[in-house]
Design a protein around this ligand. Structure first.
Ligand code: FES
Ligand code: FE2
Length: 342
């Protein structure tokens, strides 16, 4: 019984990671090889040849096919064996699993269910972080040694900024001055903070004077299984949001195994698009925040459970954690529904 929901879009990679080479990555506990056809379309196959189980990612590309490095069976992008170098006949079991892949907003999305049920209309909207003539994004990746739900807890409850991110985003008490609201909209769950009349937050540095009073917001949207879009925004006190400064971020978690998680992040801006210096500064800041601040505390908390299930450990609730709890319950319900329908 899988602990992952099948019928959802999982981020497999940033678009730029998939070149003309074969890319092997573990996603929902399957080893998957990704590659591009000649027309650029991405394909995803199980990274295991059905003959003697060599990783197909060790093979070579030949047009739109992969040739296994061990005995030369050739597979097309649908996983069908299209050539057996030893005979004309192709054994009918010579078929590898394949997954539907869609490339959108500079992200390669993998459908966890059977290919025929993939609906691209369900891919969550990450257009605010996609590169364009008006938008530039700094992107990164880190591997989290904890199940993906622990990453969701962290992101859907940003109260931790005040404690975990003192060295980077420097909350300075803004969360305590704010109100928090969790709401559902369609299939999405939102966890939003509204902090009126606070000193200019760090994301406005260099644009607003530090002592300027601002209305500040942190709006987080979750889509299954763990794709989160954050907007960090500030506007001069009392002014409409459209007049302010907003930074859009992606925080997308993809389970690699039961207890390791790919954490893809991006932060987009609409000013100084070509500044390499700003890219470097932001990258350093985000690496400090996500790699050196969030990751160690999430991993340590998970390890500290010593294998006990999250719910069995009877976590206490503080109210501010309502977003993470709502998502955990939703995931449980989605999983139960899929298991019932099998
Ligand atoms: S293991 Fe792939 S052809 Fe033999
Ligand atoms: Fe954090």
């Amino acid at each position: 019984m899988s602990r992952f929901i099948r019928n959802a879009w999982y981020m497999a990679a940033w678009s730029e990671e998939l070149t003309d080479q074969l890319l092997s990555r573990r996603v929902f506990d399957r080893q998957i090889v990704l590659f591009r056809r000649k027309d650029g379309a991405a394909q995803a196959l199980a990274d295991r040849c059905p003959h003697r189980f060599a990783p197909l990612s060790r093979g070579t590309r030949d047009g739109d096919a992969i040739v296994c490095a061990y005995h030369g069976l050739r597979f097309d992008g649908s996983g069908r064996c299209v050539r057996n170098p030893y005979a004309d006949a192709i054994p009918h079991q010579a078929q590898v699993d394949s997954w539907a892949v869609v490339e959108r907003h500079d992200i390669l999305w993998l459908w966890g269910g059977t290919t025929g049920t993939a609906d691209p209309a369900l891919i969550p909207d990450f257009s605010p972080v996609a590169e364009s003539s008006q938008v530039h994004a700094v992107r990164g990746y880190t591997l989290l040694r904890a199940p993906y739900e622990y990453g969701i807890d962290n992101l859907m409850d940003l109260s931790h900024i005040e404690f975990v991110h003192r060295g980077s985003f420097a909350g300075n008490g803004v969360i305590f001055a704010g109100t928090h609201r969790v709401r559902e909209e369609g299939a999405a769950i939102h966890s939003d903070w509204w902090m009126p009349d606070v000193a200019a937050p760090s994301h406005t540095r260099g644009i607003y004077p530090p002592d300027m009073r601002c209305d500040h917001w942190l709006d987080m949207r979750w889509d299954a299984p763990a794709s989160m879009a954050l907007q960090v925004g500030s506007t001069p006190k009392g002014r409409p949001r459209e007049e302010g400064i907003a930074v859009d971020q992606a925080h997308i978690l993809t389970p690699a195994t039961a207890d390791t998680t790919h954490y893809f992040w991006a932060s987009a801006r609409r000013y100084e698009l070509d500044s390499k210096e700003l890219d470097g500064m932001l990258r350093t800041l985000f690496q400090q925040a996500f790699d050196e601040e969030d990751k160690p505390i999430i991993q340590a908390a998970y390890e500290n459970l010593e294998g006990t299930d999250f719910w069995d450990a009877k976590p206490i609730s503080l109210g501010v954690d309502a977003g993470g709890l709502r998502v955990r319950r939703r995931l449980k319900a989605l999983l139960a529904r899929e298991q019932d329908s099998r």
